[in-house]
Design a protein around this ligand. Sequence first.
Ligand SMILES: Nc1ncnc2c1ncn2[C@@H]1O[C@H](COP(=O)(O)OP(=O)(O)OP(=O)(O)O)[C@@H](O)[C@H]1O
Length: 257
Amino acid sequence: MTLVVQKKAAFAMEELNLWYERFHALKDISFQINKNEVTAIIGPSGCGKSTFIKTLNLMALRIPGVKMTGGILFENQNLVTDKTDLVHLRKKVGMIFQKGNPFPQSIYDNVAYGPRIHGIKKRCQLDEIVEEALKRVALWQEVKDRLKRNAFDLSGGQQQRLCIARAIATKPTCLLLDEPTSALDPVSTKSIEELVTELKENYTIVMVTHNMQQAARISDKTAFFLNGEVVEVNTTNKLFSNPEQKETEDYITGRFG
Ligand SMILES: Nc1ncnc2c1ncn2[C@@H]1O[C@H](COP(=O)(O)OP(=O)(O)OP(=O)(O)O)[C@@H](O)[C@H]1O
């Protein structure tokens, strides 16, 4: 298979398929995700959104019985067929889950975790990375005097920002967010949405969301998934105002899902 990739693409999927044992969960997915854009993945429950996002850092392959075919081109490599250096991939592609899931450690150690794994040992260097990452997610002012406190002492919204700081501390190029605000109150949700909008200047962001208003507010492109297929990928404006496919229109107008 020869993937034709636009220069601005961070990920290029071509005929990507995934099976859980015999269940065909992703079917012939072909589209490209651009660098420095927010791409929202939407669709009804069970359509394959989380499965798809977990293919982009090959987390899906950790599930027993999973088989993938086709292509995901990332940094000139097909993640599906080439021998991929998983440590490098996970450094470059950070993942943030639905519920902030800090480690049961201090705020400092949560952020320093990735850099330490990648061999950074010097305290002054780690201090700098931790401060920079916490500033980037606008958490520094709130936590700078209690870096030794357990991360579980933070509020849900703060924990989610801490997880984003933990992800960006390894200097990734892409961030995968799987429903990052679904467990948060409206104020914390707004702050995460603002943060995502700011971060796209430096990162490629792929975000699964159940919330169509959220996709409309903060994404540049939206991909609509249905039954494991991509029905439509378009600029977010176009997809929500003038979709090309009838199924997209039915979904965004609330006729199903
Ligand atoms: N580990 C697994 N083993 C077998 N089937 C799975 C597994 N994980 C997901 N599936 C199935 O794959 C399909 C897609 O699931 P996935 O979690 O990707 O959907 P989703 O669109 O993210 O759903 P939701 O919006 O409810 O989170 C579903 O039918 C689901 O039951």
